[in-house]
Design a protein around this ligand. Sequence first.
Ligand code: F6P
Length: 363
Amino acid sequence: GRGVAVFTSGGDSQGMNSAVRSVVRMGIYLGCRVYFINEGYQGMVDGGDNIVEATWNSVSNIIQKGGTIIGSARCKEFREREGRKKAALNLVERGITNLVCIGGDGSLTGANEFRKNWSDFIRELVEEGKITQGVADRYPNIQIVGLVGSIDNDFCGTDMTIGTDSALQRIIECIDAVVATAQSHQRAFVIEVMGRHCGYLALVAALAAEADFCFIPEWPVPENWEEILCQKLQQMRQEGQRLNIMIVAEGAIDRNGQAISAEQVKDVVKKRLNYDTRVTVLGHVQRGGAPSAFDRLLGCRMGAEAVLALMEMTEESEPCVISIDGNQMVRVPLMQCVERTKAVQKAMDDKDWETAVKYRGRS
Ligand code: F6P
């Protein structure tokens, strides 16, 4: 059987375990030898016990768990050519030439670099006497498929990333809890949510939790935002609301590109309206806990599709990402997604908000 390895890289997210499980079982079902690479690229570079063969049973009872049971890490060595070459040796020794990388765009870009270097690495490893010509001939190239695991939903090319739905669910529960206490004390709350440079979680949570105001990076507030905000809060109070909820994405900025923090928003509300105002930073609770049914199913479907994609790849095939488009699993060229994600960042750096919002979409 063919050697397939699965690893998780970068920040963890709920539903990664479901994807790992699905890769393992689909691989075994199709007659492959499937390996876990523990601790992401670090495990690939270090080899040894970090690369272990998986069995059908080794992924029992993980679908309901948050995080990633095979560990994740950010790895400096893999960014260097020498580190990648060590990783290539560890893989080729075990006959692994198919990789499923579950991670964000940084991790997937790393995988692409690795693939480009592969044939040079194999040649050099023969020259250095580390592998035989026979081994080199059997594994002339490596195939890579990516799955996007991230709570941020910041990857262009898929409708949803694995983990976003669970994080959103957690955020909503937390906001509901805050609303209960805010209501009692007639308070205003500024809630900071994660998302790095992406405002998806903040925006969608604001809608679902009936917040009064929301700050996101892709649509920065205008210069007179303090006035607009306070007018809105006052209006809601006049209409009988006992509390106010404001959501601030951790990457929120103003039109000059200056960061807007939850503390800053709180100070504005206190100073201008004299409302009793508190800040709640949700932090890593958003990334932990049980995955939602949606993320479990998304992980399952993406994992299975990843293995099918690997089996159908030829020498010329470019790495692809499995994405959800509508309700379908589709394969999108990895580099196309990465380019587009970069284009969003560039548009934001250029303060071209219209383009940033447009490109955030899938198509
Ligand atoms: O990418 C996921 C994420 O949780 C972001 O929302 C956040 O900015 C970042 O990771 C936090 O990183 P760390 O876990 O390294 O503090």
